[in-house]
Ligand binder design. Structure first.
Ligand SMILES: [Zn+2]
Ligand SMILES: [Zn+2]
Length: 249
């Protein structure tokens, strides 16, 4: 009889305790121990970046080359005039500079999904293609070896996040078949030669006339994105690029 009463009492106590309150208590406790800080200046901030650091971000101006979006005052930049470009348009959100370099690195190499979510929100808030009806969203694929080494496909993370928010299906059309070491140390010309024949079309879908949006984190020369677009353009799809950070000169 005594144990029955104890059991009833225990159930009563458990029902009285709101699990959310316990969760809130521990979250608050963790925040006291490890307060959230701005990733730019390390001051206390409830967001990834404090307002001060946000004010220092350089957003890409709306003018620029009508194809690749590079900041020039002419209608087309020299690159687009002298080379074959396989995509219709490329738009970027911010300049790859200062805090943006840090953010992209932390997202990419430290797998910081919260920073990925911040980048996705920025790309959605400043979405430059409101007049285009997209059929699919995709990203430049990572080679399977690199994926295995890194265990995180950052551009797929961004593409899938934007696909979900914009309600546009995510699909993979191309496979990376050539393993290329990091491109950062190569010259402009070497990058072009390096990336040649590194992608293979794997889709059997009829993509003729479909509008496809390709997402990436950084554009450095545009060589990889143009080579990717060259292979995908064999399907006669219209290819648009949306890249978070612009590292082009
Ligand atoms: Zn800050
Ligand atoms: Zn251009």
């Amino acid at each position: 009889m005594q144990s029955m009463r104890l059991e009833y009492f225990a159930c009563f106590v458990i029902n009285m305790i709101n699990l959310n309150e316990i969760k809130n208590f521990f979250t608050g406790f963790i925040e006291i121990l490890y307060p959230k800080i701005c990733e730019g200046c390390k001051s206390l901030s409830s967001n990834i970046l404090c307002n001060n650091c946000k004010d220092n971000i350089i957003y890409t101006p709306s003018y620029g080359c009508s194809i690749c979006g590079r900041v020039v005052t002419s209608f087309k930049c020299d690159d687009c005039l002298n080379n074959q470009i396989y995509y219709k348009k490329c738009k970027t959100i911010v300049k790859y500079k200062d805090i943006i370099v840090t953010l992209v690195h932390m997202f990419k190499y430290n797998k910081r999904e919260d920073i990925g979510d911040y980048i996705i929100k920025e790309m959605i808030d400043r979405f430059p293609y409101e007049n285009v009806k997209f059929d699919y969203i995709s990203n430049v694929p990572m080679h399977s070896i690199r994926h295995l080494l890194r265990n995180f496909d950052h551009s797929r993370y961004l593409a899938k996040g934007i696909s979900k928010q914009k309600n546009i299906p995510y699909k993979t059309f191309i496979k990376k078949t050539k393993y290329i070491k990091s491109q950062t140390k190569f010259s402009h010309e070497d990058r072009f030669n390096n990336i040649l024949n590194s992608f293979r079309l794997i889709t059997k879908d009829n993509l003729k006339g479909k509008n496809i949006l390709i997402i990436d984190d950084v554009i450095t020369t545009g060589a990889t994105l143009n080579e990717y677009a060259k292979i995908l353009s064999k399907t006669q799809a219209n290819i648009y690029l949306l890249v978070y950070a612009d590292a082009r000169k």
